[in-house]
Design a protein around this ligand. Structure first.
Ligand SMILES: CC(C)(COP(=O)(O)OP(=O)(O)OC[C@H]1O[C@@H](n2cnc3c(N)ncnc32)[C@H](O)[C@@H]1OP(=O)(O)O)[C@@H](O)C(=O)NCCC(=O)NCCS
Length: 259
C-alpha cells in the first residue's frame, strides 16, 4: 500500500549566541572548540539548537534536557546520523554557507541536504558523483545551467544517503535520481540496503544560490512544508517551531508550502 510522509523543514541563519551555545553537550563543545572559523561554530550551534528545541517540543522537555546520540547504525561508532533517544521522529540537519536547516518527520527515516551553488565543483566532481544515466542527461545541460543542475543531483543523492545514515561512506554514483528538471524521484540504488520505498522532494526554502532536497526512506511520497525561522531561535521555546510541528500531524493540501 502506498504511504505518504509529512515533513517539516525549518530554515535558519547561522548564529552563535551564548544561550544557544549553552545547549551543546560536552562532545559538541569539544567539536565547537576545534573549529577555527566562527562560521563553522555558528552552523554547529544553530543546527544543534534547532534539533534540541524541536525535539524538546515533541518531548515536552526543555531543549537543554534533550540528549542527542550519534551511534552509527552501520558500525556502532559515534559518527552517525544524530537521533534523539525516546523519540519516534526522525531528524536530519544540513548546513551550507548562510543556511542551516532541520528536517523532521514522524514516519520513516529522513535525510536533508543543502548546498550553496557557488561552492559546487560541478566540472571536477561530475564523473565521481553522477551515475551513468545521470551523466548522459547532465552532458546535455547548457553550460550556464550546469551548476544548478549538478547541485540538484547532488542534494537529492546526499539527502538519500543521509537518510540511510551512510552519508558519503557509500559512493554517490550508486544512486540514480530523476533528471534535474523532472520531479525528484529515486530511479536506482545499486547497494540498496532494503526494499523500503523512498520518497524525494526538492526544497526551495534556502532561496536563490542554493540547492536543497529531502529524502524519506519508508514512504512513497513526502509532503514537505518549509518555514523560515531567522531571528526566532529562542531556547525557551520558539512558538514558531511549535506551530510548525502541528503540521506534522495535520493533513496537507499542498506538496510544498513556504512561509
Ligand atoms: C554525513 C555527511 C554526508 C554530511 O556531509 P556535509 O555535506 O559536509 O554536511 P551537511 O551540512 O549536509 O550535514 C552535516 C550534518 O549531517 C548530520 N550527519 C552526520 N553524520 C551523518 C550520517 N552518517 N548520516 C546522516 N546525517 C549525518 C549531522 O547532523 C551533521 O551536522 P552537525 O554535526 O553540525 O549536527 C558527511 O559528513 C559524511 O559522509 N560523513 C561520513 C559518514 C560515515 O563515515 N559513515 C560511515 C558509515 S560506517
Amino acid at each position: 500500500m502506498a504511504s505518504a510522509a509529512r515533513g517539516v523543514v525549518l530554515w535558519a541563519a547561522p548564529v552563535d549566541r551564548p544561550e544557544l551555545r549553552d545547549l551543546l553537550d560536552e562532545r559538541e563543545r569539544h567539536r565547537y572548540g576545534g573549529y577555527r572559523e566562527p562560521a563553522d561554530r555558528a552552523r554547529l550551534v544553530t543546527g544543534r539548537a534547532l534539533l534540541r528545541m524541536t525535539a524538546g517540543h515533541l518531548l515536552s522537555r526543555p531543549a537543554a534536557a534533550v540528549r542527542v546520540e550519534l551511534d552509527c547504525r552501520h558500525c556502532g561508532r559515534e559518527h552517525g546520523k544524530p537521533y534523539v533517544p525516546g523519540l519516534a521522529a526522525s531528524f536530519s540537519v544540513s548546513h551550507s554557507a548562510d543556511r542551516v536547516a532541520l528536517l523532521v518527520c514522524v514516519a520513516g527515516e529522513v535525510g536533508l541536504d543543502v548546498q550553496e551553488l557557488r561552492r559546487v565543483r560541478h566540472e571536477s566532481l561530475a564523473d565521481r558523483v553522477l551515475s551513468g544515466p545521470e551523466a548522459l542527461r547532465f552532458a546535455t545541460v547548457p553550460p550556464r545551467a550546469r551548476r544548478a543542475a549538478f547541485g540538484r543531483y547532488w542534494c537529492r543523492k546526499e539527502a538519500l544517503l543521509k537518510a540511510s545514515g551512510h552519508g558519503l561512506a557509500l559512493p554517490m554514483s550508486s544512486v540514480t535520481v530523476s533528471a534535474h528538471d523532472a520531479p525528484a524521484r529515486l530511479l536506482d540504488w545499486t547497494r540498496r540496503p532494503d526494499n523500503r520505498p523512498v520518497a524525494l522532494a526538492d526544497l526551495v526554502g534556502a532561496g536563490p544560490g542554493y540547492a536543497a532536497a529531502a529524502a524519506v526512506i519508508g514512504a512513497d511520497r513526502v509532503r514537505v512544508t518549509e518555514h523560515q525561522l531567522s531571528g526566532a531561535l529562542d531556547p525557551d521555546g520558539s512558538r514558531l517551531i511549535l506551530a510548525t510541528l502541528r503540521e506534522l500531524h495535520a493533513g496537507a493540501e499542498d506538496d510544498r508550502v513556504c512561509t
